[in-house]
Design a binder for this molecule. Sequence first.
Ligand SMILES: Nc1ncnc2c1ncn2[C@@H]1O[C@H](COP(=O)(O)OP(=O)(O)O)[C@@H](O)[C@H]1O
Ligand SMILES: [Mg+2]
Length: 584
Amino acid sequence: MSSPVQTMDAKQLYKRLLTYVRPYWLAFVVSIAAMLVFASTEAGLAALMKPLMDGSFIDRDPDIIKMMPLWLIALFIVRGVANFLTTYGLGWIARNIIMNLRTEMFERLVNLPSNFFDRHNSGQLMSKLLYDVEQVASAATDAILTIIRDSLTIIALLAWMVYLSGMLSLIILFTVPIISLVIYKISSRFRKISKIIQDSMGDVSHISTEIIEGHREVKTFGGQDYEIARFDKVNQTNRRQRMKRLTTDAISQPIIQLISVLGLSLVIYLASMPEVLDTITPGSFISFITAMFMILTPLKRLTKVNAKLQGGIAAADSIFTLLDQTPERDTGTTRLVRAQGLIEYKNVRFSYNSDAGQILNDISFTAKPGQTIAFVGHSGSGKTTLVSLLARFYNLSSGLIAIDGVDINELKLADLRNQLSLVNQQVILFNDTIANNIAYGQKQHVSNEQIIAAAKSAHAWEFIEQLPDGLATEVGQNGVLLSGGQRQRIAIARALLRDAPILVLDEATASLDSEAERHIQAALETLMKQRTTLVIAHRLSTIEKADQIIVMHAGQIVEAGTHSELIAQGHHYAELHRLQFQEK
Ligand SMILES: Nc1ncnc2c1ncn2[C@@H]1O[C@H](COP(=O)(O)OP(=O)(O)O)[C@@H](O)[C@H]1O
Ligand SMILES: [Mg+2]
Protein backbone atom coordinates (compact mmCIF):
# COMPACT_ATOMS: atom_id res chain seq x y z
CA MET A 1 0.00 0.00 0.00
CA SER A 2 1.43 3.35 -0.97
CA SER A 3 0.69 5.16 2.24
CA PRO A 4 2.93 8.22 2.63
CA VAL A 5 2.78 7.92 6.39
CA GLN A 6 5.55 6.57 8.56
CA THR A 7 5.06 5.94 12.21
CA MET A 8 6.64 8.75 14.17
CA ASP A 9 8.86 8.22 17.15
CA ALA A 10 7.77 9.32 20.60
CA LYS A 11 9.84 12.48 20.60
CA GLN A 12 8.33 13.73 17.38
CA LEU A 13 4.90 12.93 18.71
CA TYR A 14 5.48 14.99 21.86
CA LYS A 15 6.76 17.87 19.79
CA ARG A 16 3.76 17.71 17.58
CA LEU A 17 1.33 17.45 20.47
CA LEU A 18 3.01 20.46 22.00
CA THR A 19 2.05 22.55 19.00
CA TYR A 20 -1.55 21.97 20.04
CA VAL A 21 -0.81 23.18 23.57
CA ARG A 22 1.03 26.29 22.44
CA PRO A 23 -2.01 28.52 21.87
CA TYR A 24 -2.97 27.94 25.49
CA TRP A 25 0.45 28.64 27.00
CA LEU A 26 -0.89 31.19 29.47
CA ALA A 27 -3.32 28.71 31.00
CA PHE A 28 -0.49 26.21 31.00
CA VAL A 29 1.85 28.52 32.90
CA VAL A 30 -0.88 29.30 35.44
CA SER A 31 -1.56 25.59 35.94
CA ILE A 32 2.09 24.86 36.53
CA ALA A 33 2.43 27.74 38.99
CA ALA A 34 -0.61 26.36 40.79
CA MET A 35 1.05 22.93 40.90
CA LEU A 36 4.10 24.49 42.54
CA VAL A 37 1.90 26.07 45.19
CA PHE A 38 0.04 22.82 45.70
CA ALA A 39 3.25 20.85 46.17
CA SER A 40 4.50 23.30 48.80
CA THR A 41 1.23 23.08 50.72
CA GLU A 42 1.67 19.31 50.86
CA ALA A 43 5.06 19.72 52.49
CA GLY A 44 3.54 22.51 54.58
CA LEU A 45 0.91 20.13 55.87
CA ALA A 46 3.54 17.67 57.05
CA ALA A 47 5.55 20.56 58.49
CA LEU A 48 2.55 21.79 60.46
CA MET A 49 2.55 18.53 62.40
CA LYS A 50 5.75 19.59 64.15
CA PRO A 51 4.51 22.79 65.86
CA LEU A 52 1.15 21.09 66.36
CA MET A 53 2.76 18.38 68.45
CA ASP A 54 5.63 20.25 70.05
CA GLY A 55 3.95 23.60 70.57
CA SER A 56 0.41 22.58 71.45
CA PHE A 57 0.73 19.30 73.27
CA ILE A 58 4.21 19.32 74.72
CA ASP A 59 5.16 22.94 75.43
CA ARG A 60 1.52 24.04 75.72
CA ASP A 61 2.50 27.35 74.12
CA PRO A 62 -0.76 29.43 74.06
CA ASP A 63 0.28 31.42 70.98
CA ILE A 64 0.79 28.29 68.97
CA ILE A 65 -2.44 26.75 70.24
CA LYS A 66 -4.33 29.84 69.10
CA MET A 67 -2.63 30.09 65.73
CA MET A 68 -2.77 26.42 64.79
CA PRO A 69 -6.39 26.23 63.56
CA LEU A 70 -5.93 29.45 61.58
CA TRP A 71 -2.80 28.07 59.96
CA LEU A 72 -4.61 24.90 59.02
CA ILE A 73 -7.52 26.78 57.49
CA ALA A 74 -5.22 29.12 55.59
CA LEU A 75 -3.19 26.19 54.30
CA PHE A 76 -6.26 24.42 53.02
CA ILE A 77 -7.63 27.52 51.37
CA VAL A 78 -4.39 28.00 49.46
CA ARG A 79 -4.24 24.30 48.66
CA GLY A 80 -7.86 24.30 47.46
CA VAL A 81 -7.39 27.30 45.18
CA ALA A 82 -4.20 25.82 43.75
CA ASN A 83 -5.91 22.53 43.17
CA PHE A 84 -8.85 24.18 41.43
CA LEU A 85 -6.59 26.25 39.19
CA THR A 86 -4.59 23.18 38.18
CA THR A 87 -7.60 21.00 37.46
CA TYR A 88 -9.51 23.75 35.69
CA GLY A 89 -6.51 24.97 33.71
CA LEU A 90 -5.43 21.54 32.50
CA GLY A 91 -9.03 20.53 31.83
CA TRP A 92 -9.60 23.65 29.78
CA ILE A 93 -6.48 23.00 27.74
CA ALA A 94 -7.43 19.35 27.24
CA ARG A 95 -10.99 20.08 26.10
CA ASN A 96 -9.70 22.68 23.63
CA ILE A 97 -7.12 20.29 22.25
CA ILE A 98 -9.76 17.58 21.88
CA MET A 99 -12.06 19.93 20.04
CA ASN A 100 -9.31 21.18 17.73
CA LEU A 101 -8.07 17.68 16.95
CA ARG A 102 -11.61 16.51 16.18
CA THR A 103 -12.23 19.45 13.87
CA GLU A 104 -8.98 18.77 12.07
CA MET A 105 -9.71 15.06 11.75
CA PHE A 106 -13.22 15.69 10.47
CA GLU A 107 -12.04 18.22 7.91
CA ARG A 108 -9.43 15.72 6.79
CA LEU A 109 -11.94 12.87 6.58
CA VAL A 110 -14.29 14.86 4.35
CA ASN A 111 -11.46 15.47 1.91
CA LEU A 112 -9.80 12.08 1.75
CA PRO A 113 -9.73 10.17 -1.52
CA SER A 114 -11.98 7.19 -2.16
CA ASN A 115 -9.17 4.65 -1.93
CA PHE A 116 -8.62 5.66 1.70
CA PHE A 117 -12.19 4.66 2.53
CA ASP A 118 -11.76 1.44 0.56
CA ARG A 119 -8.92 0.50 2.91
CA HIS A 120 -10.41 1.45 6.28
CA ASN A 121 -13.54 0.33 8.01
CA SER A 122 -15.84 2.81 9.59
CA GLY A 123 -15.46 1.26 13.05
CA GLN A 124 -11.72 1.99 13.13
CA LEU A 125 -12.23 5.53 11.94
CA MET A 126 -15.00 6.20 14.43
CA SER A 127 -12.88 4.96 17.30
CA LYS A 128 -10.09 7.33 16.28
CA LEU A 129 -12.48 10.24 16.35
CA LEU A 130 -14.19 9.20 19.58
CA TYR A 131 -11.71 7.38 21.83
CA ASP A 132 -8.21 8.07 20.60
CA VAL A 133 -8.66 11.81 20.83
CA GLU A 134 -9.95 11.59 24.39
CA GLN A 135 -7.13 9.27 25.32
CA VAL A 136 -4.44 11.54 23.96
CA ALA A 137 -5.75 14.55 25.81
CA SER A 138 -6.30 12.77 29.10
CA ALA A 139 -2.95 11.01 28.93
CA ALA A 140 -1.18 14.26 28.14
CA THR A 141 -2.78 16.29 30.89
CA ASP A 142 -2.63 13.50 33.47
CA ALA A 143 0.98 12.90 32.64
CA ILE A 144 1.83 16.57 32.97
CA LEU A 145 -0.04 16.74 36.24
CA THR A 146 1.73 13.69 37.61
CA ILE A 147 5.18 14.44 36.31
CA ILE A 148 5.22 18.03 37.47
CA ARG A 149 2.98 18.18 40.50
CA ASP A 150 3.72 14.80 42.00
CA SER A 151 7.48 15.11 41.50
CA LEU A 152 7.43 18.53 43.09
CA THR A 153 5.39 17.18 45.99
CA ILE A 154 7.77 14.30 46.50
CA ILE A 155 10.79 16.59 46.37
CA ALA A 156 9.24 19.03 48.83
CA LEU A 157 8.32 16.25 51.25
CA LEU A 158 11.75 14.63 50.96
CA ALA A 159 13.45 17.96 51.59
CA TRP A 160 11.38 18.40 54.71
CA MET A 161 12.24 14.91 55.93
CA VAL A 162 15.96 15.42 55.39
CA TYR A 163 15.72 18.73 57.20
CA LEU A 164 14.06 16.98 60.14
CA SER A 165 16.48 14.12 60.38
CA GLY A 166 19.13 13.14 57.91
CA MET A 167 19.61 9.88 59.70
CA LEU A 168 16.00 8.74 59.49
CA SER A 169 15.77 9.87 55.90
CA LEU A 170 18.15 7.06 55.02
CA ILE A 171 15.14 4.76 55.38
CA ILE A 172 13.75 6.37 52.29
CA LEU A 173 16.71 5.01 50.38
CA PHE A 174 15.47 1.50 51.06
CA THR A 175 11.72 1.73 50.98
CA VAL A 176 11.11 4.08 48.07
CA PRO A 177 12.95 2.01 45.46
CA ILE A 178 11.24 -1.19 46.59
CA ILE A 179 7.80 0.36 46.56
CA SER A 180 8.47 1.95 43.18
CA LEU A 181 9.54 -1.38 41.75
CA VAL A 182 6.45 -3.16 43.05
CA ILE A 183 4.13 -0.51 41.70
CA TYR A 184 5.94 -0.50 38.39
CA LYS A 185 5.60 -4.26 38.02
CA ILE A 186 1.97 -4.13 38.94
CA SER A 187 1.21 -1.34 36.53
CA SER A 188 2.85 -3.08 33.61
CA ARG A 189 0.76 -6.14 34.35
CA PHE A 190 -2.22 -3.82 34.47
CA ARG A 191 -1.38 -2.46 31.08
CA LYS A 192 -1.20 -5.90 29.55
CA ILE A 193 -4.53 -6.89 31.03
CA SER A 194 -6.10 -3.56 30.07
CA LYS A 195 -5.14 -4.12 26.45
CA ILE A 196 -6.88 -7.51 26.49
CA ILE A 197 -9.90 -5.96 28.17
CA GLN A 198 -10.01 -3.26 25.52
CA ASP A 199 -9.89 -5.84 22.75
CA SER A 200 -12.56 -7.96 24.35
CA MET A 201 -14.75 -4.87 24.77
CA GLY A 202 -14.22 -4.31 21.08
CA ASP A 203 -15.41 -7.86 20.40
CA VAL A 204 -18.43 -7.45 22.63
CA SER A 205 -19.46 -4.31 20.80
CA HIS A 206 -18.57 -5.75 17.38
CA ILE A 207 -20.77 -8.81 17.83
CA SER A 208 -23.63 -6.79 19.30
CA THR A 209 -23.52 -4.29 16.44
CA GLU A 210 -23.57 -7.10 13.90
CA ILE A 211 -26.70 -8.70 15.31
CA ILE A 212 -28.40 -5.32 15.73
CA GLU A 213 -27.72 -4.33 12.14
CA GLY A 214 -28.18 -7.82 10.75
CA HIS A 215 -31.18 -8.76 12.88
CA ARG A 216 -33.15 -9.88 9.84
CA GLU A 217 -30.38 -12.18 8.61
CA VAL A 218 -29.92 -13.61 12.10
CA LYS A 219 -33.65 -14.36 12.28
CA THR A 220 -34.14 -15.76 8.79
CA PHE A 221 -31.04 -17.95 8.88
CA GLY A 222 -31.71 -19.05 12.44
CA GLY A 223 -28.36 -17.69 13.63
CA GLN A 224 -29.49 -16.94 17.18
CA ASP A 225 -27.76 -19.86 18.90
CA TYR A 226 -24.57 -19.32 16.95
CA GLU A 227 -24.52 -15.63 17.85
CA ILE A 228 -25.32 -16.34 21.49
CA ALA A 229 -22.46 -18.83 21.71
CA ARG A 230 -20.10 -16.39 20.02
CA PHE A 231 -21.15 -13.61 22.35
CA ASP A 232 -20.86 -15.86 25.39
CA LYS A 233 -17.23 -16.53 24.58
CA VAL A 234 -16.15 -12.91 24.39
CA ASN A 235 -18.31 -12.04 27.35
CA GLN A 236 -16.51 -14.69 29.39
CA THR A 237 -13.10 -13.47 28.26
CA ASN A 238 -14.05 -10.00 29.29
CA ARG A 239 -15.12 -11.17 32.76
CA ARG A 240 -11.96 -13.23 33.26
CA GLN A 241 -9.66 -10.37 32.33
CA ARG A 242 -11.52 -7.93 34.53
CA MET A 243 -11.21 -10.38 37.43
CA LYS A 244 -7.48 -10.66 36.81
CA ARG A 245 -7.18 -6.93 36.99
CA LEU A 246 -9.29 -6.75 40.09
CA THR A 247 -7.18 -9.45 41.76
CA THR A 248 -3.96 -7.67 40.87
CA ASP A 249 -5.36 -4.52 42.37
CA ALA A 250 -6.60 -6.30 45.48
CA ILE A 251 -3.25 -7.98 46.10
CA SER A 252 -1.17 -4.93 45.34
CA GLN A 253 -2.78 -2.70 47.95
CA PRO A 254 -1.84 -4.85 50.97
CA ILE A 255 1.64 -5.48 49.56
CA ILE A 256 2.38 -1.79 49.22
CA GLN A 257 0.99 -1.16 52.67
CA LEU A 258 3.10 -3.92 54.12
CA ILE A 259 6.26 -2.50 52.61
CA SER A 260 5.35 0.94 53.94
CA VAL A 261 4.73 -0.44 57.39
CA LEU A 262 8.08 -2.22 57.28
CA GLY A 263 9.64 1.14 56.53
CA LEU A 264 7.67 2.72 59.33
CA SER A 265 8.70 0.05 61.81
CA LEU A 266 12.28 0.59 60.84
CA VAL A 267 11.89 4.33 61.40
CA ILE A 268 10.35 3.73 64.83
CA TYR A 269 13.07 1.28 65.72
CA LEU A 270 15.82 3.67 64.64
CA ALA A 271 14.13 6.57 66.40
CA SER A 272 14.12 4.66 69.65
CA MET A 273 17.89 4.35 69.58
CA PRO A 274 19.40 6.76 72.13
CA GLU A 275 21.65 8.59 69.62
CA VAL A 276 18.65 9.44 67.47
CA LEU A 277 16.21 9.96 70.33
CA ASP A 278 18.26 12.88 71.62
CA THR A 279 18.26 14.72 68.31
CA ILE A 280 14.55 14.57 67.55
CA THR A 281 11.45 16.01 69.21
CA PRO A 282 8.10 14.13 69.25
CA GLY A 283 6.73 16.76 66.86
CA SER A 284 9.57 16.16 64.41
CA PHE A 285 8.99 12.45 64.65
CA ILE A 286 5.25 12.68 63.91
CA SER A 287 5.91 15.20 61.17
CA PHE A 288 8.48 12.84 59.64
CA ILE A 289 6.09 9.90 59.61
CA THR A 290 3.30 12.03 58.16
CA ALA A 291 5.56 13.13 55.34
CA MET A 292 6.59 9.55 54.74
CA PHE A 293 2.99 8.47 54.28
CA MET A 294 2.15 11.48 52.19
CA ILE A 295 4.85 10.52 49.72
CA LEU A 296 3.09 7.25 48.91
CA THR A 297 0.20 8.59 46.84
CA PRO A 298 2.17 10.80 44.45
CA LEU A 299 4.81 8.09 44.24
CA LYS A 300 2.20 5.57 43.16
CA ARG A 301 0.97 7.89 40.44
CA LEU A 302 4.48 8.66 39.28
CA THR A 303 5.34 5.01 38.78
CA LYS A 304 2.16 4.52 36.76
CA VAL A 305 2.72 7.52 34.54
CA ASN A 306 4.70 5.62 31.96
CA ALA A 307 1.83 3.24 31.25
CA LYS A 308 -0.50 6.17 30.82
CA LEU A 309 1.96 7.89 28.52
CA GLN A 310 2.36 4.78 26.38
CA GLY A 311 -1.39 4.62 25.85
CA GLY A 312 -1.43 8.29 24.95
CA ILE A 313 1.44 7.89 22.52
CA ALA A 314 -0.26 5.01 20.74
CA ALA A 315 -3.42 7.07 20.42
CA ALA A 316 -1.55 10.15 19.23
CA ASP A 317 0.20 8.06 16.61
CA SER A 318 -3.13 6.79 15.37
CA ILE A 319 -4.56 10.32 15.17
CA PHE A 320 -1.58 11.85 13.41
CA THR A 321 -1.51 8.98 10.95
CA LEU A 322 -5.01 9.99 9.92
CA LEU A 323 -4.14 13.69 9.82
CA ASP A 324 -1.14 12.95 7.62
CA GLN A 325 -3.11 11.17 4.93
CA THR A 326 -2.85 13.05 1.68
CA PRO A 327 -6.17 14.65 0.81
CA GLU A 328 -7.66 14.40 -2.65
CA ARG A 329 -5.45 16.10 -5.16
CA ASP A 330 -7.02 19.28 -6.48
CA THR A 331 -4.32 20.79 -8.63
CA GLY A 332 -6.63 21.72 -11.47
CA THR A 333 -7.03 25.42 -12.12
CA THR A 334 -9.40 25.59 -15.09
CA ARG A 335 -12.83 26.83 -14.11
CA LEU A 336 -15.91 25.31 -15.68
CA VAL A 337 -19.32 26.80 -15.01
CA ARG A 338 -21.53 24.62 -17.12
CA ALA A 339 -20.21 22.00 -19.50
CA GLN A 340 -21.63 21.33 -22.96
CA GLY A 341 -21.38 17.68 -22.08
CA LEU A 342 -18.78 16.30 -24.48
CA ILE A 343 -17.09 13.35 -22.78
CA GLU A 344 -13.99 11.66 -24.16
CA TYR A 345 -12.13 8.66 -22.79
CA LYS A 346 -8.78 8.06 -24.54
CA ASN A 347 -6.80 4.87 -23.90
CA VAL A 348 -7.79 4.82 -20.26
CA ARG A 349 -5.99 2.27 -18.11
CA PHE A 350 -6.67 1.83 -14.45
CA SER A 351 -5.97 -0.39 -11.45
CA TYR A 352 -7.05 0.14 -7.84
CA ASN A 353 -3.64 -0.66 -6.39
CA SER A 354 -0.30 -0.65 -8.08
CA ASP A 355 0.21 -4.28 -6.98
CA ALA A 356 -3.26 -5.45 -8.03
CA GLY A 357 -4.28 -6.39 -11.51
CA GLN A 358 -5.40 -4.06 -14.29
CA ILE A 359 -9.12 -3.34 -13.98
CA LEU A 360 -9.55 -1.24 -17.12
CA ASN A 361 -7.52 -1.73 -20.23
CA ASP A 362 -7.33 0.76 -23.07
CA ILE A 363 -10.82 2.21 -22.86
CA SER A 364 -11.67 4.79 -25.52
CA PHE A 365 -15.03 6.24 -26.46
CA THR A 366 -16.71 9.58 -27.06
CA ALA A 367 -20.09 10.83 -25.86
CA LYS A 368 -21.31 13.88 -27.73
CA PRO A 369 -23.36 16.46 -25.84
CA GLY A 370 -26.88 15.15 -25.19
CA GLN A 371 -26.07 11.58 -26.19
CA THR A 372 -26.78 8.51 -24.15
CA ILE A 373 -24.04 5.90 -23.93
CA ALA A 374 -24.96 2.58 -22.40
CA PHE A 375 -22.56 0.07 -20.84
CA VAL A 376 -23.36 -3.60 -20.60
CA GLY A 377 -21.31 -6.55 -19.53
CA HIS A 378 -21.02 -9.21 -16.88
CA SER A 379 -20.70 -8.17 -13.28
CA GLY A 380 -17.08 -7.43 -12.46
CA SER A 381 -16.27 -6.36 -16.00
CA GLY A 382 -15.39 -2.85 -14.82
CA LYS A 383 -18.48 -0.77 -15.65
CA THR A 384 -18.80 0.93 -12.26
CA THR A 385 -15.09 1.58 -12.15
CA LEU A 386 -15.20 3.11 -15.59
CA VAL A 387 -17.87 5.67 -14.79
CA SER A 388 -16.49 6.49 -11.34
CA LEU A 389 -13.27 7.67 -12.97
CA LEU A 390 -15.22 10.51 -14.52
CA ALA A 391 -15.80 12.02 -11.06
CA ARG A 392 -12.07 11.58 -10.31
CA PHE A 393 -12.74 9.33 -7.35
CA TYR A 394 -9.55 7.60 -8.43
CA ASN A 395 -6.58 8.56 -10.58
CA LEU A 396 -5.91 6.95 -13.92
CA SER A 397 -2.86 4.77 -14.47
CA SER A 398 -2.57 6.19 -17.95
CA GLY A 399 -4.70 7.70 -20.66
CA LEU A 400 -6.98 10.69 -20.55
CA ILE A 401 -10.53 11.64 -19.73
CA ALA A 402 -11.76 14.99 -21.02
CA ILE A 403 -14.93 17.01 -20.63
CA ASP A 404 -15.56 19.59 -23.36
CA GLY A 405 -12.05 18.89 -24.55
CA VAL A 406 -10.40 19.71 -21.19
CA ASP A 407 -8.50 17.03 -19.29
CA ILE A 408 -10.49 16.47 -16.08
CA ASN A 409 -7.24 16.69 -14.10
CA GLU A 410 -6.97 20.30 -15.18
CA LEU A 411 -10.42 21.21 -13.91
CA LYS A 412 -11.01 22.39 -10.39
CA LEU A 413 -12.36 19.38 -8.55
CA ALA A 414 -15.48 21.15 -7.30
CA ASP A 415 -16.25 22.44 -10.80
CA LEU A 416 -15.78 19.00 -12.31
CA ARG A 417 -18.12 17.35 -9.83
CA ASN A 418 -20.64 20.14 -10.28
CA GLN A 419 -21.13 18.91 -13.85
CA LEU A 420 -22.15 15.44 -12.69
CA SER A 421 -25.26 13.88 -11.28
CA LEU A 422 -24.86 10.36 -10.02
CA VAL A 423 -27.56 7.82 -9.34
CA ASN A 424 -26.28 4.50 -8.04
CA GLN A 425 -27.87 1.19 -7.33
CA GLN A 426 -27.22 1.72 -3.63
CA VAL A 427 -28.93 4.95 -2.76
CA ILE A 428 -27.44 6.74 0.19
CA LEU A 429 -29.96 8.81 2.10
CA PHE A 430 -29.08 10.95 5.08
CA ASN A 431 -30.92 10.70 8.36
CA ASP A 432 -32.95 13.81 7.65
CA THR A 433 -36.21 14.91 6.06
CA ILE A 434 -37.21 13.98 2.50
CA ALA A 435 -36.93 17.65 1.48
CA ASN A 436 -33.37 17.90 2.80
CA ASN A 437 -32.42 14.65 1.12
CA ILE A 438 -33.70 15.81 -2.24
CA ALA A 439 -32.01 19.19 -1.85
CA TYR A 440 -28.84 17.71 -0.37
CA GLY A 441 -25.87 20.03 -0.84
CA GLN A 442 -27.89 22.86 -2.36
CA LYS A 443 -30.44 23.63 0.35
CA GLN A 444 -29.63 27.34 0.33
CA HIS A 445 -30.41 27.85 -3.33
CA VAL A 446 -33.67 25.96 -3.80
CA SER A 447 -37.25 26.68 -2.90
CA ASN A 448 -39.85 24.19 -1.73
CA GLU A 449 -41.61 24.56 -5.08
CA GLN A 450 -38.46 23.44 -6.89
CA ILE A 451 -38.16 20.45 -4.59
CA ILE A 452 -41.77 19.50 -5.25
CA ALA A 453 -41.29 19.94 -9.00
CA ALA A 454 -38.27 17.64 -8.90
CA ALA A 455 -40.17 15.11 -6.81
CA LYS A 456 -43.01 15.18 -9.33
CA SER A 457 -40.73 14.62 -12.31
CA ALA A 458 -39.09 11.75 -10.44
CA HIS A 459 -42.51 10.19 -9.83
CA ALA A 460 -41.75 10.47 -6.14
CA TRP A 461 -44.41 13.02 -5.34
CA GLU A 462 -47.12 10.32 -5.53
CA PHE A 463 -45.86 8.62 -2.40
CA ILE A 464 -44.44 11.67 -0.64
CA GLU A 465 -47.90 13.23 -0.77
CA GLN A 466 -49.35 10.23 1.01
CA LEU A 467 -46.95 10.48 3.94
CA PRO A 468 -48.38 12.18 7.02
CA ASP A 469 -45.57 14.75 7.16
CA GLY A 470 -45.04 15.00 3.39
CA LEU A 471 -41.68 16.51 2.49
CA ALA A 472 -40.91 16.98 6.19
CA THR A 473 -40.99 13.21 6.82
CA GLU A 474 -37.84 11.90 8.45
CA VAL A 475 -36.45 8.98 6.44
CA GLY A 476 -34.51 7.26 9.24
CA GLN A 477 -30.94 6.04 9.15
CA ASN A 478 -30.06 5.50 5.51
CA GLY A 479 -33.73 5.79 4.62
CA VAL A 480 -34.83 2.53 6.26
CA LEU A 481 -38.36 3.88 6.60
CA LEU A 482 -38.77 3.91 2.82
CA SER A 483 -38.97 1.10 0.28
CA GLY A 484 -36.18 0.48 -2.20
CA GLY A 485 -38.20 1.99 -5.05
CA GLN A 486 -39.07 5.05 -2.99
CA ARG A 487 -35.44 5.60 -2.06
CA GLN A 488 -34.47 5.27 -5.71
CA ARG A 489 -37.02 7.85 -6.78
CA ILE A 490 -35.74 10.27 -4.13
CA ALA A 491 -32.25 9.79 -5.51
CA ILE A 492 -33.54 10.58 -8.98
CA ALA A 493 -35.34 13.68 -7.68
CA ARG A 494 -32.05 14.72 -6.10
CA ALA A 495 -30.27 14.28 -9.44
CA LEU A 496 -33.04 16.18 -11.26
CA LEU A 497 -32.88 19.09 -8.86
CA ARG A 498 -29.13 19.23 -9.26
CA ASP A 499 -29.68 19.77 -12.96
CA ALA A 500 -26.13 18.90 -13.98
CA PRO A 501 -25.23 18.59 -17.69
CA ILE A 502 -23.82 15.07 -17.27
CA LEU A 503 -25.74 12.21 -15.80
CA VAL A 504 -24.35 8.90 -14.61
CA LEU A 505 -26.81 6.10 -13.92
CA ASP A 506 -25.20 3.00 -12.44
CA GLU A 507 -27.76 0.22 -12.31
CA ALA A 508 -30.21 2.76 -11.01
CA THR A 509 -33.11 0.37 -11.45
CA ALA A 510 -31.52 -3.02 -10.92
CA SER A 511 -33.06 -3.81 -7.56
CA LEU A 512 -36.61 -2.77 -8.37
CA ASP A 513 -39.67 -4.75 -9.32
CA SER A 514 -41.15 -4.09 -12.73
CA GLU A 515 -43.96 -1.91 -11.42
CA ALA A 516 -41.53 0.38 -9.61
CA GLU A 517 -39.20 0.23 -12.57
CA ARG A 518 -41.90 1.46 -14.92
CA HIS A 519 -42.31 4.54 -12.73
CA ILE A 520 -38.62 5.10 -12.53
CA GLN A 521 -38.08 4.51 -16.20
CA ALA A 522 -40.33 7.42 -16.95
CA ALA A 523 -38.53 9.49 -14.34
CA LEU A 524 -35.17 8.58 -15.81
CA GLU A 525 -36.22 9.52 -19.30
CA THR A 526 -37.16 12.97 -18.01
CA LEU A 527 -33.78 13.15 -16.36
CA MET A 528 -31.87 12.10 -19.48
CA LYS A 529 -33.35 14.77 -21.73
CA GLN A 530 -30.77 17.29 -22.94
CA ARG A 531 -28.02 15.72 -20.88
CA THR A 532 -25.07 13.56 -21.72
CA THR A 533 -25.82 10.30 -20.03
CA LEU A 534 -23.65 7.34 -19.16
CA VAL A 535 -25.97 4.53 -18.20
CA ILE A 536 -25.16 1.11 -16.86
CA ALA A 537 -28.22 -1.05 -17.01
CA HIS A 538 -29.01 -4.50 -15.96
CA ARG A 539 -32.09 -4.88 -18.10
CA LEU A 540 -31.30 -4.48 -21.76
CA SER A 541 -34.72 -3.08 -22.55
CA THR A 542 -33.79 0.13 -20.75
CA ILE A 543 -30.87 0.83 -23.07
CA GLU A 544 -32.16 -0.09 -26.48
CA LYS A 545 -32.67 3.56 -27.30
CA ALA A 546 -29.10 4.54 -26.41
CA ASP A 547 -27.03 6.32 -29.08
CA GLN A 548 -24.24 3.88 -28.48
CA ILE A 549 -24.00 0.65 -26.57
CA ILE A 550 -20.58 -0.38 -25.27
CA VAL A 551 -20.07 -3.99 -24.33
CA MET A 552 -17.45 -4.59 -21.64
CA HIS A 553 -15.63 -7.77 -20.84
CA ALA A 554 -12.82 -8.16 -18.29
CA GLY A 555 -11.97 -4.47 -18.35
CA GLN A 556 -12.02 -4.11 -22.10
CA ILE A 557 -14.44 -2.87 -24.72
CA VAL A 558 -15.28 -5.83 -26.86
CA GLU A 559 -18.05 -4.33 -28.93
CA ALA A 560 -19.70 -0.98 -29.57
CA GLY A 561 -22.59 0.25 -31.68
CA THR A 562 -26.31 0.89 -31.68
CA HIS A 563 -28.81 -1.75 -30.65
CA SER A 564 -29.68 -2.73 -34.19
CA GLU A 565 -26.05 -2.75 -35.34
CA LEU A 566 -25.00 -4.99 -32.49
CA ILE A 567 -27.92 -7.33 -32.96
CA ALA A 568 -27.03 -7.55 -36.65
CA GLN A 569 -23.40 -8.34 -35.79
CA GLY A 570 -24.61 -11.28 -33.76
CA HIS A 571 -21.76 -11.38 -31.20
CA HIS A 572 -21.66 -10.62 -27.45
CA TYR A 573 -24.54 -8.17 -27.27
CA ALA A 574 -26.79 -10.31 -29.40
CA GLU A 575 -25.97 -13.22 -27.12
CA LEU A 576 -26.78 -11.20 -23.98
CA HIS A 577 -29.98 -10.06 -25.61
CA ARG A 578 -30.98 -13.58 -26.55
CA LEU A 579 -30.28 -14.85 -23.01
CA GLN A 580 -32.39 -12.16 -21.48
CA PHE A 581 -35.35 -12.84 -23.67
CA GLN A 582 -35.18 -16.50 -22.83
CA GLU A 583 -35.28 -15.60 -19.13
CA LYS A 584 -38.53 -13.76 -19.55
N1 LIG B 1 -12.83 -0.18 -4.43
C1 LIG B 1 -12.26 -1.21 -5.05
N2 LIG B 1 -11.02 -1.62 -4.68
C2 LIG B 1 -10.42 -2.65 -5.30
N3 LIG B 1 -10.99 -3.36 -6.28
C3 LIG B 1 -12.23 -3.02 -6.69
C4 LIG B 1 -12.93 -1.94 -6.08
N4 LIG B 1 -14.13 -1.84 -6.69
C5 LIG B 1 -14.18 -2.80 -7.62
N5 LIG B 1 -13.04 -3.53 -7.64
C6 LIG B 1 -12.73 -4.62 -8.58
O1 LIG B 1 -12.76 -4.10 -9.87
C7 LIG B 1 -13.37 -4.99 -10.77
C8 LIG B 1 -14.48 -4.30 -11.54
O2 LIG B 1 -15.50 -3.97 -10.65
P1 LIG B 1 -16.73 -3.06 -11.06
O3 LIG B 1 -16.21 -1.86 -11.76
O4 LIG B 1 -17.55 -2.83 -9.86
O5 LIG B 1 -17.49 -3.99 -12.10
P2 LIG B 1 -19.00 -3.92 -12.59
O6 LIG B 1 -19.56 -2.61 -12.20
O7 LIG B 1 -18.89 -4.13 -14.06
O8 LIG B 1 -19.70 -5.06 -11.95
C9 LIG B 1 -13.84 -6.18 -9.94
O9 LIG B 1 -12.92 -7.21 -10.15
C10 LIG B 1 -13.79 -5.69 -8.53
O10 LIG B 1 -13.39 -6.73 -7.68
MG1 LIG C 1 -21.21 -2.18 -10.96
